[in-house]
Design a protein around this ligand. Structure first.
Ligand code: FAD
Length: 465
């Protein structure tokens, strides 16, 4: 039945009334966000054109085996699309992760695991593009290099660079669009932790974005900074071949370093205090190790190199501001929007709801508040975060507020939001990831979540009728 669900030809939403305004819209990026944005825009009656700088759709989920693990950090800053390691599996159960109306279920030939490998996610996105006939909307190997506002104030000039036909040379061209939807992802510009003394430290520094396989770390002493999903997975991967792995985290509750239970060669420390010329790395807890490598699993920075000041937003301390509900810059809304900025979320359903909202606002079916009201809302939002002591760089981290945000979006779109089972599954996944990072993916099918899976399957069947 699940296979049938995956391949069924469900008609597009039929209850969508004719839009009052049909626009030509540039979508930047053909990852999960760009694909679902294109689908929602077209469903709403717009004419989207998707620009994708690489040679295929799928964004992050296109694995690139050739990351140079010996490279210094700098060359990795640009043009890297994928940052997946070879063994990466999803950190969410597939049922929970998929788009709301296109179930991510196991097919006959793929990776049938509940937490599948990266290739299965790419297959899913490619089949999403096929199912909704999106490939024809995507201009591959075409990079947007500049987005500027026309003097009319209502349209945008998009300059792009692409390979000239029959030659390796690149040529640039420009087109004017009624609106631009930015879906360029935020996992390509690495953020490196500031480590005092690191310039004189003789070891090698890398960012998780360049990590692919553990072999280059054979016999080495590796310090991994950061205990998020990447730090957790990569440190354990490396521990299989390295001499020692030392995890440094600002979230360490212990005043001293600790050996990680179940591992002969892994230790958990507080933050790094400094690195020294003699090769040692000193932690706040007073412990020190002579290390060969520091691996920064410290996240990424938002980056929109193609945006001019006309966009009226800037990135400061990794906060994209001002943005109404993480999507619209009030001064130029709704003709410019961002899909996919929030972190610590279930990404695909969020992208879908944000895209639906943007498409409906552009057509005039959904209303935005006035510019002043949006600005006031953004200001009040930042004040609330500041009052809670929330650093500005965490502005787009939703976590506990994720479903509140999605319910709000769903209400704007007059549709249902994420299902109850999806929320419970997400919470459960987050909990087991922390409690049993080694094996939560393979122990999930132990019966504890059968009722959630059964509910998911019932909903998928209903979707696909
Ligand atoms: P991307 O996938 O990054 O796509 C952006 C696209 O825009 C790219 O194709 C890029 O080439 C293109 N682009 C950028 N700039 C330009 C330009 N100027 N012109 C034209 N094209 C451009 N999510 C989950 O749901 N489950 C997981 O288990 C999970 N694991 C993850 C593990 C890792 C290591 C990482 C980094 C992320 C993970 N995520 C996971 C989050 C994942 O990034 C999202 O699921 C989602 O794929 C992001 O989609 P996106 O479209 O926003 O960005």
């Amino acid at each position: 039945f699940l296979r049938a669900a995956a391949s069924s030809r469900r008609p597009d939403r039929s209850d969508t009334p004719m839009p009052s305004r049909s626009l030509r819209v540039a979508v930047i990026g053909a990852g999960a966000a760009g694909l679902v944005a294109a689908r929602e825009l077209r469903r709403e009656g717009h004419a989207p054109v998707v620009f994708e700088r690489t040679d295929g759709v799928g964004g992050t989920w296109v694995y690139e085996a050739d990351a140079d693990a010996s490279a210094s950090p700098e060359p990795l800053v640009t043009q890297r699309r994928s940052n997946l390691d070879a063994s990466l599996r999803t950190n969410l159960p597939r049922e929970c992760m998929g788009f709301l109306d296109f179930p991510f279920v196991a097919g006959p030939d793929g990776d049938t695991r509940r937490f599948p490998g990266h290739a299965e996610v790419l297959r899913y996105l490619q089949s999403f593009a096929r199912r909704f006939d999106l490939d024809g909307l995507v201009r591959l190997e075409t990079e947007v290099v500049r987005v500027s506002r026309e003097t009319s104030g209502t349209s945008w000039r998009v300059r792009y660079s692409r390979k000239a036909s029959g030659s390796e040379k690149r040529e640039t061209d420009e087109e004017v669009f009624d609106a631009v939807v930015i879906c360029n992802g935020h996992y390509s510009q690495p953020h490196f932790a500031d480590v005092a003394g690191v310039d004189a430290w003789p070891g090698k520094q890398l960012h998780s974005t360049s990590y692919r396989v553990p072999e280059p770390f054979h016999g080495q002493v590796v310090v991994v900074i950061g205990c998020g999903p990447s730090g957790t997975d990569i440190s354990r991967d490396i521990a299989g071949v390295a001499k020692e792995v030392h995890l440094a985290s600002r979230w360490s509750l212990s005043a001293t370093s600790e050996k990680l239970p179940g591992h002969a060669n892994m230790w958990f420390h507080s933050e790094i205090d400094r690195a020294q010329e003699d090769g040692s790395v000193v932690f706040h807890d007073g412990s020190r190790v002579k290390a060969d490598v520091i691996m920064h699993c410290t996240g990424y920075k938002y980056n929109f190199p193609f945006l001019t000041n006309d966009a009226t937003v800037s990135v400061d301390d990794n906060c994209v501001d001002p943005l109404y509900k993480h999507v619209f810059p009030p001064q130029v809304a709704p003709r410019l929007s961002f899909i996919g900025l929030p972190l610590k979320v279930v990404p695909f359903p969020l992208f879908e709801l944000q895209s639906h909202w943007v498409a409906g606002v552009l057509s005039g079916r959904f209303k935005l508040p006035s510019k002043d009201e949006m600005v006031r809302d953004v200001t009040a939002f930042h004040s609330r975060l500041a009052a809670r002591g929330w650093p500005r760089r965490y502005t787009h981290r939703l976590r506990d507020r994720e479903f509140e945000n999605e319910d709000w979006l769903a209400e704007q779109c007059r549709r249902g939001g994420p299902e109850g089972w999806r929320r419970e599954m997400f919470d459960a996944a987050m909990q087991v990831m922390v409690e049993r990072p080694e094996n939560y993916r393979d122990e999930w099918d132990g019966g504890d979540y059968d009722h959630l899976l059964a509910q998911a399957n019932r909903d998928f069947a209903a979707h696909c009728q």
